[in-house]
Structure formats: structure tokens, C-alpha cells
Design a binder for this molecule. Structure first.
Ligand code: CO
Length: 268
């Protein structure tokens, strides 16, 4: 009984995407963890960024949009589909995905589709996330005076998750400082905090699922406007962590929680 059900149910993992081959380690790890949690369920991928899909296509890699992937899964006979948003906050990308899933669910004779929220959604998520971060940063690493996390940031209202998350991170350590490249707080606010604390040694870490383009360039790049260059110019000693959040099982566990919930709902 359980087996027949599983063959009818599929999982679709939807990420923004990355064009960085090295950043795939993070996606491979998510897939591995999802496979461990749901060994009998087929897992498929989609990238929500049209820009990334186009970029990959020009180098011969074909990745579906969430909508294309859902159509294919329907055609391939899946009757229930669990869609996991691998985005960080419920911003624009998640909103678009939510709209698509809602639309698909209105089609007659179509698979039942459930969508699980992104990494940071509920109070429990933010708590688990900051505890996970605290575990990931080893006691040896904690010799650094501060950890600066570089999130993406957005002009979408959900940007409020970033200053919100800072509150949760504060419960773990006053060493944790969060900034974003496109939202609030930004690097100027981060620098104000660092100056107030009289800090000299910093570790920079991406607050993104993969250490892709933003981590390589905006955070760690050699150009004068990267966070590393700006902070070094200000006299800070900067070390780097080039690992995406999805490389850490403590963090991936939050996505798996979300997926578990909708898989349970689908089995009802
Ligand atoms: Co971006």
C-alpha cells in the first residue's frame, strides 16, 4: 500500500538556482538529505530564476522552471506533488511559486500540489536556524571577534525577516551581525555596529543556500566594492567561509521539517 502511494507522489525542489558549478555541493547535500528522509519518493528539481536557467542553457545545461517541472510531473503520472521552496525568505520568488501552485491546483484532473514554505518562515524556523548557526560555528572559529552574515535582501516587504533574524541571532551570540546586499540592514549598518564594538577580526559568511555568484563576488571578490575589500580597506582582518547554508545538515533539517509536514498532508 505504502509503495503504490509513493510511486504516485513526487517531490519537486525549487531553488532560485546557481550558475556556479562549485556551488552545487550545497544542492547535492539537500538532495541527499531529502533522499534519506523520503527514500521511496522521486525527487526532481526546478530553478525559479529565468536568468540562471538561460545562463545554464547557453552552456548546455537544461533546468526546468517550476511550471515546466510541474507540467512534466503531471504528464509522467504523478498524482500528488510536494513542492519545497528552497528560498531563504518568503519574498518575490516564493510569492511567484505560490501563485503558480495555486493556479495549478485550480486545474481539473491535475495532481494535488502542496507547497512548503522557504527556510525562514515561522518563529520555530528562525529559532532553529539561529541555533543551527551557533552549532555550525565551531568553538575554535569563535575566536573571531565577529561573524558577518551576508544575506541577499530585497525591496519586497519580506525583507523584514533579516532585521527579524538578527534578533534571534542575538539570543545566541553578540558576535553575530547580519547584513544584506540589496535590503536593510546593509553594509553601512553592519560597519556602524562593528565600529561601536571596536572589532578588528571578522569572519564573513554567506546567508544564502549556495556559495554562488553573490558569495564569490559581492562578498569575497577581489574588486574594490566587495564586502571583503571594503572591510579590509577600513582596517579589518577578514577571513571567509565559502559554504552555502544548504551544505549544513542543521540548516537543511529546517527544510526537511517543512517537507515532512506537506508530505503528511498529501498522504491523508
Ligand atoms: Co541576486
Amino acid at each position: 500500500m505504502a509503495n503504490t502511494q509513493n510511486t504516485q507522489t513526487g517531490i519537486l525542489l525549487v531553488s532560485f538556482g546557481t550558475s556556479y558549478a562549485n556551488a552545487r555541493i550545497a544542492f547535492n547535500n539537500i538532495e541527499k538529505q531529502v533522499k534519506i528522509a523520503f527514500p521511496d519518493t522521486e525527487i526532481r528539481w526546478a530553478f525559479s530564476s529565468a536568468f540562471i536557467r538561460k545562463k545554464l542553457k547557453s552552456s548546455g545545461i537544461q533546468i526546468n522552471s517550476p511550471e515546466e517541472a510541474l507540467v512534466k510531473m503531471a504528464n509522467d503520472g504523478f498524482q500528488k506533488i510536494a513542492v519545497q521552496s528552497l528560498h531563504i525568505i518568503p519574498g518575490e520568488e516564493y510569492e511567484k511559486l505560490h501563485q503558480s501552485v495555486t493556479m495549478f491546483n485550480q486545474l481539473p484532473d491535475y495532481p494535488i500540489i502542496k507547497l512548503a514554505p522557504p527556510l525562514l518562515y515561522s518563529h520555530a524556523d528562525l529559532e532553529q536556524f539561529s541555533q543551527g548557526i551557533h552549532e555550525i560555528i565551531t568553538p575554535d572559529d569563535k575566536k573571531n571577534e565577529a561573524f558577518v552574515f551576508m544575506g541577499h535582501g530585497t525591496n519586497h516587504t519580506s525583507n523584514i525577516y533579516y532585521p527579524g533574524l538578527q534578533y534571534y541571532l542575538n539570543q545566541q551570540s553578540s558576535q553575530y551581525i547580519l547584513g544584506t546586499i540589496e535590503g536593510y540592514p546593509g553594509l553601512p549598518e553592519v560597519m556602524t555596529r562593528l565600529a561601536k564594538k571596536n572589532i578588528k577580526e571578522i569572519k564573513l559568511m554567506p546567508l544564502m543556500s549556495v556559495a554562488g555568484d553573490h558569495a564569490q563576488n559581492d562578498m569575497a571578490g577581489p574588486q574594490p566594492d566587495s564586502w571583503k575589500s571594503i572591510l579590509e580597506k577600513e582596517g579589518y582582518q577578514v577571513t571567509l567561509s565559502m559554504h552555502g547554508l544548504a551544505e549544513y545538515n542543521q540548516i537543511v533539517a529546517i527544510w526537511i521539517n517543512h517537507l515532512n509536514k506537506i508530505m503528511d498532508e498529501l498522504e491523508k
